[in-house]
Design a protein around this ligand. Sequence first.
Ligand SMILES: *[C@@H]1O[C@H](CO)[C@@H](O)[C@H](O)[C@H]1NC(C)=O
Ligand SMILES: *[C@@H]1O[C@H](CO)[C@@H](O)[C@H](O)[C@H]1NC(C)=O
Ligand SMILES: *[C@@H]1O[C@H](CO)[C@@H](O)[C@H](O)[C@H]1NC(C)=O
Ligand SMILES: *[C@@H]1O[C@H](CO)[C@@H](O)[C@H](O)[C@H]1NC(C)=O
Ligand SMILES: *[C@@H]1O[C@H](CO)[C@@H](O)[C@H](O)[C@H]1NC(C)=O
Ligand SMILES: *[C@@H]1O[C@H](CO)[C@@H](O)[C@H](O)[C@H]1NC(C)=O
Ligand SMILES: *[C@@H]1O[C@H](CO)[C@@H](O)[C@H](O)[C@H]1NC(C)=O
Ligand SMILES: *[C@@H]1O[C@H](CO)[C@@H](O)[C@H](O)[C@H]1NC(C)=O
Length: 613
Amino acid sequence: MAALTGCLVLQSWFRILFVFAILHGPVQAEENDAFHRLDDSYKFVTRPDIEAPRFNVTVYERRSVSPGYWFIPSYDFLDQSVQNGGRWTAPHIFDSNGGLIWSGSYLSRQYDAFDFRLSNVLGEDMLSFLYPRNRSAILLDTSYNIRHVVPIAEEGKSVDMHEFHLVDNGTRALLFYDQRRNATQEQSRAIGYMNGNCSVNDNLFHELDVADGFEPTFTWSSAEHVGLYESSKVENSLQERCSEYWDFIHVNSLDKFPDGSYLMSSRHTDTIYKIAPSGEIVWRLGGVVSDFRANFKFARQHNARIISSNETHTTLSFFDNATRTPMREATADSSRGVIVELHTSPQRMVARLVQEFVHPDGPGNYCVARANVQVLPNGNVWICWVDGLLSTEHTPDGLLIMKARVKQDWLKSYRTYKFNFVGKPSAPPDVQSHAIGSDEDNTTTTLVHVSWNGATEVNSWNLYKTDDIGNIDSPEPVTASPRMGFETTLSYKGFASYVVAEATDRHGAVLGRSEVIKTIVSARLSTATIAQESQWLDRMNRRTGPTRQAIWLVNMIYVNPTVTFASGLFCGMTLLVVSRALWRAKWKGLLSRRRNGSFYKQLPQCDDYFEKP
Ligand SMILES: *[C@@H]1O[C@H](CO)[C@@H](O)[C@H](O)[C@H]1NC(C)=O
Ligand SMILES: *[C@@H]1O[C@H](CO)[C@@H](O)[C@H](O)[C@H]1NC(C)=O
Ligand SMILES: *[C@@H]1O[C@H](CO)[C@@H](O)[C@H](O)[C@H]1NC(C)=O
Ligand SMILES: *[C@@H]1O[C@H](CO)[C@@H](O)[C@H](O)[C@H]1NC(C)=O
Ligand SMILES: *[C@@H]1O[C@H](CO)[C@@H](O)[C@H](O)[C@H]1NC(C)=O
Ligand SMILES: *[C@@H]1O[C@H](CO)[C@@H](O)[C@H](O)[C@H]1NC(C)=O
Ligand SMILES: *[C@@H]1O[C@H](CO)[C@@H](O)[C@H](O)[C@H]1NC(C)=O
Ligand SMILES: *[C@@H]1O[C@H](CO)[C@@H](O)[C@H](O)[C@H]1NC(C)=O
């Protein structure tokens, strides 16, 4: 009688658990709902925590498009002090058709990620991004394990989200930070401020030693080197600016020359600076005191990068916003990416526009803010235009060959990039299995959804019918399907109470397998189906020990109302069987034999495949 009561308690327990699982799904968004709604997005059965933007991709010349994946950290709100974003506020990787490969929403939790890209960290490929919420830069390996969490700002200090840039072959990282300070009296007088010392927001940068725990090895301060007179951020009166921590320079990108100098771009002086290792400014391109004679102009530029450099020549790429607020005369017909060549010999400082990459929507289109330009390994150029995640690829001579954007202009990315890499997640694939019975012809279909967040190499999926510890009847999959996108649906004509999904690459080698997944019974199955499956499990069971009968029955209890009723009576007996089995196991060491019979022993291991040349 006590056994029966125990059993009924167990039954209701499982029912509660079952209903809970259906209502809540495996992962819950931690934060409140976003203000925006993304009506056209990727959603998945296997990953309810993911909601990723869906792109409209236009390819104008497919054979010219370079191979690689898009790295796009999308956000709703730059300032998240009042409101965090939706589930699409996350670092993402997409394939070249806009198909989702990875969402980091489980890491970023609806808080902004910036400068998400592939970085060389001491010779190893890693994914890196800035995560202001935690005041850190996050580095993941290509199996998506967190490898470094680098603190980037002290408590109470603002986080600079512009740059986390690995340089010097992955041995150094460049990073900005901000600090309020008073300019010197001399600097203040130079702009006619007589009322004490002008207060400014100073932008500084650190160079961090990667191998030495990301300790700073070099620090540089804008306020100590750049004159306040260089600023074009002058909408307010001098008195207002100087009493409210004037954002006089607003740096927004940093790169390093092979000779150890730095290339820094600053938005509020419209200037690109070369800074020597001693800290001295070597030259200025643009702004009120440019050192170059140039055949082009630019304004409110972003993301200056060194393409090549020697003693006499430097080639740069950057994004030219071409206008600024308050509106002045535009420096170009639209915002654009540019490549410029500089002659840097002291006798002849000349700058020449080599190539421009114009806005895909044509003249008159200017970016609201931000954006970046990336020269790809084959010379193609990738550009992020911010609003609606608009990203384009161009041939080296400026031809537009690909355009991708989402419908919602409010969905933005500061920068986007394109990289080639191989992602092999260390977490197993995600699987959801549902059995659906048909009353009309007594058939049952087991519908299985599979996905593997971050896996780049999956070509197809195999499905195995197993018992609850992964035993199988035959090594042949019950069904298989080519990968159909982030999530693939496999349909097995029959009832499998447990399944294992297996991912294979394009050579057929096994990349990984899911855990043993219990099938959720979505619609009532016939008693015949249940009986048949129970017989099969029973057979598997007998092969591997009578303890299995007990486990199986408990699992079946909440699958079918008939079984539930019958199980009530059967429960007491099962408990007896369990105790008998445990008694036997104690003497015969059955538990170890049970492990020998498992699926993972019957099929070759993944490692066996990987060791093939
Ligand atoms: C997708 O982009 C193309 C080219 O810009 C455009 O013609 C088309 O209307 C867009 N489709 C949708 C659904 O927005
Ligand atoms: C951010 O901080 C929270 C709280 O300390 C922590 O649980 C979480 O793992 C951190 N996230 C990342 C991506 O490092
Ligand atoms: C970069 O580092 C890798 C190993 O970390 C090394 O093999 C390579 O020679 C380095 N390249 C340069 C230019 O220093
Ligand atoms: C700047 O100087 C004023 C006095 O003129 C002082 O009150 C303020 O704290 C100083 N700010 C900083 C950041 O040192
Ligand atoms: C203003 O700057 C000068 C240095 O140029 C410094 O000696 C002085 O103490 C500063 N005054 C204030 C009020 O911060
Ligand atoms: C420097 O680079 C330019 C092209 O960018 C090239 O014409 C020149 O010959 C190079 N100079 C040296 C010394 O290598
Ligand atoms: C770029 O130009 C637009 C249009 O004039 C302007 O609204 C925006 O503020 C500019 N961007 C920056 C960073 O100043
Ligand atoms: C379905 O199975 C039940 C019993 O297992 C049987 O009575 C019934 O005739 C079957 N229906 C069909 C359409 O085969």
